[in-house]
Design a protein around this ligand. Structure first.
Ligand SMILES: Cc1cc2nc3c(=O)[nH]c(=O)nc-3n(C[C@H](O)[C@H](O)[C@H](O)COP(=O)(O)OP(=O)(O)OC[C@H]3O[C@@H](n4cnc5c(N)ncnc54)[C@H](O)[C@@H]3O)c2cc1C
Length: 403
């Protein structure tokens, strides 16, 4: 089979569908979305635990990292709630500034996009395996053997993590053949593997506090929130955000957990003395349970070489100082990332290769959007905001050129 389109979009995820909706609304007639999975938008349905945290209040270019300057694209895209209202979808904002569909259901976000795609050919179970330009047209070969041609191509095939949602990084081979500079992908927004021996007794705990990422002796960044302990990793949104900052030599990083970010060292110490006085008959573990959950108490005592049932009355000043220090700075080595749980990948097409419309400078008519661009951001709706904004920019520019 061979078919020609004005615009062919590789990848039916958040940014690809946005490009399709935008170009279609502007009047482009022959648009196709090539999607390797059995349907479009599968990843979208899993976002925000099925609720789709689609953006964040007061997003700015400063929230984004990578080699492409997103300033102009965010500016042109404008107000996210307005964008979705024009698709008939209403949003709500939670107390932390995260924007969700009013329904709190990711299904309704996908519906909003697909309902506006009625004139767009969704070609599912079609994986693009080759992309080349000759005689002024783009030629796309699918794994099925089907051939497509198009005047314009938007590459929206996502990043390098979450193969179950169609994104395993293999699509970048299409761009490598065109000699595009690609920053190697790495998983971000994921749990961090740490020492199983420390974590064993903490698994299942959820604790409010702050976490800081250290590289050797230098603090890189701190985040506050709920820290989740699993059998082999530290997790939670605050950890996810720090995971984006890891570069090479992961073993040089450590996570410091501060269980009492709102107290200074002397305040913790005075609370410890109080607990010791009030619970003078109790074990060390029971004494500390006035301040923290027991598994943490046991783990902290273990760190200073004290057994959980050690009488608290016999804890010395030095012990209490050591405990106070650990309450502020409980160190966990970083041993790796839990790639299977990564929400995104950093890396992608280098920003230098793209113009202000996300068109590849060296290949007129080819655009890159979403996670496939070397742009990344923290949890909280920023990733999807970039997907919408970049998809909108590319879709708009293609439509302006066609019409
Ligand atoms: C579990 C989870 C939860 C998340 N939650 C949030 C959240 O709440 N808020 C937020 O901002 N971000 C969230 N993200 C991140 C966000 O989903 C992504 O950043 C965003 O979907 C990227 O959009 P995209 O269009 O670039 O790529 P994707 O949405 O990944 O879409 C790429 C599409 O391309 C298809 N494809 C790949 N290769 C080919 C090929 N060769 N041929 C044809 N099709 C191909 C894939 O099957 C896929 O459908 C979450 C991610 C995950 C995994």
């Amino acid at each position: 089979m061979s078919e020609h389109f004005d615009l062919l979009i590789i990848g039916g995820g958040a940014s690809g569908l946005t490009s399709a909706v935008t170009a279609s609304a502007m009047g482009v007639q022959k648009i196709a979305v090539l999607e390797r999975l059995s349907r479009t938008g599968k990843k979208l349905l899993a976002t925000g635990n099925g609720r789709c945290n689609l953006s964040h209040k007061n997003i700015s270019a400063l929230d984004y990292q990578g080699s492409y300057d997103v300033t102009e694209i965010l500016h042109q895209f404008g107000d996210i709630e307005n964008f979705f209202e024009l698709l008939g979808l209403y949003c709500r904002t939670d107390e932390q500034g995260r924007i969700y569909p009013y329904s709190m259901s990711a299904n309704t976000v996908l519906d909003a996009l697909r309902l506006q795609c009625s004139g767009v050919s969704e070609l599912c179970n079609e994986q693009a395996v080759a992309l080349a330009k000759h005689s002024g047209q783009w030629h796309i070969t699918a794994e099925s053997g089907n051939q497509y041609s198009a005047n314009y191509v938007i590459f929206s095939a996502g990043g390098t993590v979450q193969p179950k949602f169609g994104t395993d990084g293999t699509a970048f081979r299409l761009l490598e053949k065109l000699n595009l500079p690609i920053v190697q992908g790495r998983p971000i927004l994921c749990p961090l593997l740490s020492d199983k021996k420390i974590l064993q007794s903490l698994k299942g705990l959820r604790v409010k506090g702050s976490v800081s990422l250290y590289h050797k002796d230098n603090i890189i960044k701190s985040e506050t929130g709920e820290i989740q302990f699993t059998e082999q990793a530290l997790s939670g949104i605050c950890i996810f955000n720090l995971s984006s900052l890891l570069e090479k030599n992961i073993s040089e990083y450590q996570i410091s957990v501060n269980l009492f970010p709102e107290l200074d060292a002397s305040e913790i110490l005075s609370r410890l003395y109080c607990c010791q006085a009030v619970r003078c008959e109790a074990s060390g573990e029971d004494m500390l349970s006035g301040l923290m959950q027991k598994p943490l108490a046991r783990s902290i005592l273990k760190q200073i070489g004290i057994k959980a049932d050690f009488p608290c009355s016999q804890l010395s000043d030095l012990h209490l100082h050591q405990i106070a220090e650990l309450c502020h700075d409980f160190r966990f080595p970083v041993l790796g990332t839990v790639q299977e749980q990564a929400q995104a990948s950093a890396g992608g097409v280098h920003g230098n290769a793209l113009d202000e419309h996300l068109q590849v400078k060296s290949h007129s008519g080819l655009y890159i959007t979403g996670e496939a661009v070397d742009v990344h951001a923290p949890c909280g709706g920023y990733q999807l905001h970039w997907a919408w904004a970049s998809g909108y920019t590319a879709g708009t520019h293609v439509a302006e050129r066609i019409l």
